[in-house]
Ligand binder design. Structure first.
Ligand code: FAD
Ligand code: DLZ
Ligand code: SF4
Length: 509
């Protein structure tokens, strides 16, 4: 007979996690479980599964060293029931206790599974975030529009990051205006720090290869950080070598440079190896030391204490139906080229190939290439969301769903975005080098070689005229469309339809 079971999930690998607080090392048992259900409720990228399992094993080892009793289920244990709830019940029987403490999971699916579990469950808030649920609700209360910018200012005031008294450092809250430079010719950052797999990681890689080897994506080479020490080194490396130009080239894309000046710290933040305040303090310190400009520091800190906190607030504020909303009634099936089949669109092909290789693509690739295409083509947002949840190492539903369903697909009816993030090929051409060498020609609007983004952009605006023509921020786009002569408009729409039909038939487009 023991005291209580303390559940720690694969994205709760922080030593100060709420469920561990006031726990009794002599009486309580920590339960950690590698289970098939978490690896396959969507077909997660093998690198993502390996990251989570390797980090879980190392975290469990640290807990044991610190004197905790850990009941750890490995994926191929014969007794393993392969679900979190099943493992909890098995451990409850084994240790003869019905008392369980958990930190609230980051996904409604798993929250429901714990609530339905016939144990006496104490669910604690996950307080590894800057804003509590109560603070977000207090901010949201009575507002007509929940815009990130205002929430972000609250977070600046709360944390004191980049503040001079009650004023923003440098006099401006937001330096986004300076952060839209097109892709540079040369990138003088070699990318994120990479780690050679040790024995623990190698064992996990073999397990993942055997169990999930058929999932989309390359397992090897695997070089993610899998413990707190490594994640901290990866952060320090980015702050020292990449951060200074993060702001300038935040929105740029290059076919043969997958990272530009991005940090690749989201997987570590999201599974608990890094803490958001520790990340932001490191960035603020670099600015205070004069090593990086304000537009870099502010731009980065805004992503973490602004966007990251805001999307989490939205997910829990909006509730369990959020991930399946379809405000624009988009029903088209996700084409096979999202899973690696051939496409002649170089931008999409490169972004998907990189995703398969790394389980990573940066924000603008996700938003303005794959996301933009999915929205323009009218793909079903639930299928799109499932794809994003599966393929990125940093994807957990609390952060993935608002970014995909809300920000990228406008399927939440405009809770997050005030207008849809759509663009023709011109934006992609301005911000990247994808168009050079593409089968299609970005300057061609209709006819032979016309860029599909050009055709689908007008198709999107035309089919959603009722929804968007009164949106003040989209008036110019509709005026341009309306100024085209009837024949040109008819040609654009017919060619867009023909493209979508060919795509629907599974032809290479
Ligand atoms: P950087 O560009 O170096 O940014 C620094 C940090 O800011 C990131 O590590 C991340 O923690 C945070 N951040 C930046 N933007 C966002 C954002 N919009 N929401 C939340 N945090 C943000 N991020 C995820 O963590 N998980 C996801 O599943 C995810 N899905 C996305 C889907 C779409 C369609 C889009 C447009 C964005 C998505 N993002 C997601 C946000 C963003 O793309 C990633 O956080 C970022 O690419 C991670 O790489 P990085 O660490 O190199 O980020
Ligand atoms: C993502 C993931 C995977 C692949 N595997 C496990 C696992 O075996 N055991 C576990 O506890 N957690 C895993 N996770 C993380 C969970 O899916 C995550 O806790 C929920 O999605 C809530 O965010
Ligand atoms: Fe993408 Fe069009 Fe450019 Fe080709 S021409 S890379 S399809 S934007």
């Amino acid at each position: 007979m023991v005291g209580r079971l303390i559940l720690i999930l694969g994205d709760q690998l922080s030593e100060d996690i709420a469920a561990l607080r006031e726990a009794d090392k002599d009486a309580d048992v920590i339960v950690m479980a590698e289970v098939g259900e978490e690896g396959s409720y969507v077909p997660h990228h093998p690198k993502k599964i390996a990251l989570v399992l390797a980090a879980m094993r190392k975290f469990a080892a640290r807990l044991r060293e610190a004197g905790w009793q850990v009941a750890y289920s490995e994926l191929d244990d014969t007794e393993n029931t392969q679900s979190i709830a099943g493992e909890l019940l098995r451990r409850a029987d084994q240790f003869e206790t019905a008392q369980m403490v958990a930190t609230r999971p980051g996904e409604f699916r798993l929250i429901a599974a714990l609530e339905d579990c016939p144990l006496d469950v104490e669910m604690r808030e996950d307080d590894r975030f800057i804003a509590s649920h109560a603070e977000f609700e207090a901010w949201a209360e009575g507002r007509k529009a929940l815009r990130m910018e205002y929430f972000y200012r609250e977070m600046r005031r709360k944390t004191g990051l980049l503040m001079e008294g009650d004023q923003p450092a440098g006099g401006k809250w937001n330096y986004d205006h300076d952060n839209r430079k097109p892709a540079p010719d040369e990138v003088d950052f070699s990318g994120p720090m990479q780690f050679t797999p040790d024995a623990v990681v190698e064992e996990v890689l073999e397990l993942v290869e055997a169990r999930f080897g058929t999932h989309f994506g390359d397992l090897r080479p695997f070089w993610f950080a899998t413990d707190q020490g490594q994640a901290r080194r990866a952060l320090a490396h980015f702050v020292r070598h990449g951060l200074a130009r993060f702001g300038d080239y935040q929105d740029a894309m290059l076919a043969d440079n997958q990272f530009l000046y991005h940090a690749l710290v989201s997987p570590y933040l999201n599974i608990g190896l890094l803490d958001p305040m520790e990340v932001c303090r490191a960035v603020e310190d670099a600015w205070k030391a004069g090593d990086v400009p304000i537009n870099a520091a502010e731009g980065f800190i805004r992503q973490v204490i602004g966007w990251r906190e805001y999307v989490r607030g939205i997910y829990f504020h909006e509730g369990p139906d959020y991930a399946t909303r379809n405000g624009l009634n988009h029903q088209r099936k996700l084409p096979d080229f999202f899973w690696g089949a051939e496409t002649r669109m170089r931008c999409v092909s490169k972004a998907v190939a990189q995703t398969g290789e790394l389980a990573y693509a940066h924000h603008i690739q996700r938003l303005m290439v794959t996301g933009n295409f999915a929205l323009l083509a009218g793909l079903n947002p639930a299928e799109v969301s499932e794809w994003y949840l599966a393929v990125y190492a940093d994807a957990f539903e609390w952060v993935e769903a608002p970014n995909v369903v809300g920000m990228s697909q406008f399927a939440d009816g405009g809770v997050i975005a005030s207008k849809p993030y759509v663009s023709s090929g011109a934006y992609i051409n301005r911000m990247s080098d994808y168009c050079k060498g593409c089968h299609y020609r970005v300057s061609v609007k209709t006819g032979e070689g016309a860029c599909p983004f050009n055709l689908l952009y007008w198709h999107f605006l035309d089919r959603h005229r009722d929804r968007f023509s009164n949106n003040a921020r989209m008036g110019n786009m509709y005026r341009t469309w309306d100024r085209m002569d009837d024949e040109k408009r008819a040609t654009v729409l017919a060619e867009a339809e023909a493209f979508l039909e060919r795509m629907g038939r599974g032809e290479t487009v």
